[in-house]
Design a binder for this molecule. Structure first.
Ligand code: SF4
Ligand code: SF4
Length: 413
């Protein structure tokens, strides 16, 4: 059984920024309620989840928001205490958090390093680009605060992953973005296209902020810059994902997997959903407070959701790139998830795959080169010969370090 991943919407829609493109606003007016995951939700769910993953000894938990650090450090300290208390011995616990880093200070840095959190920081490029979209409620840009938070994370050698949202403000600035991210020495970067939709209204059509043509062009130029004549040195997640298909590794991005098997999403009040693009009563699986986890996971509505990608639109069935693309995301199908039209970004993929195919294939064929690339990514900004932060006394590389999941700590009993 593969490990079940859980995403907590830690503070629901609450956030200390007011980014123009946020898809998780409470309403079209952007009002945000102040909510936190309730204690009883944690107390009920974490023991149950740890028991659920005891056989596979792998727990994958993502903390998202809104802005999850608004829950406060004591909240997360309680979380790791509970994880340790209820984990089976030897369980590898991976915590990942997606933050704007505005609140990150030394106390957070110490905590993230101690428990090997993977910290995703939202950063849209250099200041003049980032500050166009990622603003405070008063309209001021957040770039300086974000970079200050990143400096703290670097000081504590925290695993850092940059999330860059692509919109009208940066889609034609690929050169500036790559130069900036390289110049800053970031080892892991992820690009995702902005979509102006409400996760709580999945029946409404999405308003896309960039065209497939612009996204396709972005991918082509970014790929050439990443590939560097055959020796990529930083991790760009979408290229890593496509590369997985060339080395017969299951894609770890649901958009390019065979099904919508993306774990479960738990809201602040315990409501559970199959995907954070579908936080809607029609897709609610139940509440963790009154339904056992095994029932939520096997809920017929979740099974139906997982399979909603299938059948594929005819374009995908006959597409020569299906083995790499796998049909994209049903939320991006025009009209509805089961509509006969392919993913909105299909034309971007059709521009990208022929361009990148030979280079991805050659990198995938040369397994040694691929492994070296993975090793380089895993070594990241911190030393793998240093003592492991889990306190085992072993080196990182002999303990919690893993080529694909270095953001983990092992619970030793
Ligand atoms: S709907 Fe899209 S985002 Fe949600 S699980 Fe499916 S592919 Fe992933
Ligand atoms: S590239 Fe387009 S047609 Fe081909 S599998 Fe992907 S979404 Fe479907």
């Amino acid at each position: 059984m593969p490990p079940l991943s859980v995403m907590f919407k830690t503070v629901s829609t609450d956030c200390n920024l007011d980014c123009h493109y946020c898809y998780y606003r409470e309403s079209l007016q952007g009002s945000r309620a102040q909510r936190r995951i309730e204690n009883e939700v944690l107390e009920r769910f974490i023991p149950e989840y740890m028991e659920y993953v005891a056989d596979v000894r792998q727990a994958n938990i993502a903390w998202q928001g809104g802005e999850p650090t608004l829950a406060g450090l004591p909240f997360f300290q309680r979380v790791v205490q509970m994880q340790e208390q209820h984990a089976a011995p030897g369980t590898v616990i991976s915590n990942a958090i997606q933050t704007n880093a505005v609140l990150v200070d030394d106390a957070w840095g110490t905590f993230f390093a101690q428990y090997a959190f993977l910290v995703g920081v939202s950063l849209d490029g250099p200041q003049e680009i980032h500050d166009q979209m990622r603003i405070r409620r008063g309209g001021q840009g957040s770039f300086r605060d974000v970079m200050r938070g990143i400096e703290v994370l670097r000081r504590y050698n925290v695993d850092l992953n940059i999330l860059c949202v692509l919109g009208p403000h940066n889609i034609e600035r690929v050169g500036d973005l790559i130069r900036f991210f390289r110049g800053e020495g970031f080892s892991h970067v992820q690009f995702i296209p902005a979509m102006d939709f409400q996760a709580i209204e999945p029946e409404k059509p999405v308003n896309y902020l960039i065209s497939p043509e612009a996204y396709g062009e972005f991918l082509v130029v970014a790929f050439d810059s990443w590939f560097q004549g055959g020796g990529p040195t930083i991790s760009v997640r979408i290229f890593d994902n496509f590369l997985q298909s060339y080395v017969n590794v299951p894609n770890d991005l649901c958009v390019h997997s065979n099904s919508c098997e993306a774990g479960i999403v738990v809201e602040w009040d315990g409501s559970a959903y199959p995907c954070d693009f579908y936080i809607h009563p029609a897709w609610k699986l139940g509440n963790v407070l009154d339904r056992p986890l095994s029932k939520l996971v096997n809920e017929p509505r979740r099974i139906a959701f997982v399979l909603q990608k299938i059948p594929l639109p005819m374009e995908c069935v006959h597409c020569e790139w299906l083995s790499v693309c796998r049909g994209g995301c049903p939320r991006n199908r025009m009209g509805s998830a089961t509509a006969a039209s392919p993913d909105y970004f299909c034309r971007a993929y059709l521009r990208f795959f022929p361009h990148a195919h030979e280079n991805l294939r050659s990198l995938g064929r040369d397994l040694e080169r691929y492994r070296e690339y993975v090793r380089n990514r895993a070594s990241g900004p911190r030393g793998r010969n240093e003592p492991c932060p889990c306190g085992s006394g072993k080196k990182r590389k002999q303990c919690c370090e893993h080529p694909h999941r270095q953001q983990s700590y092992v619970f030793h009993q």
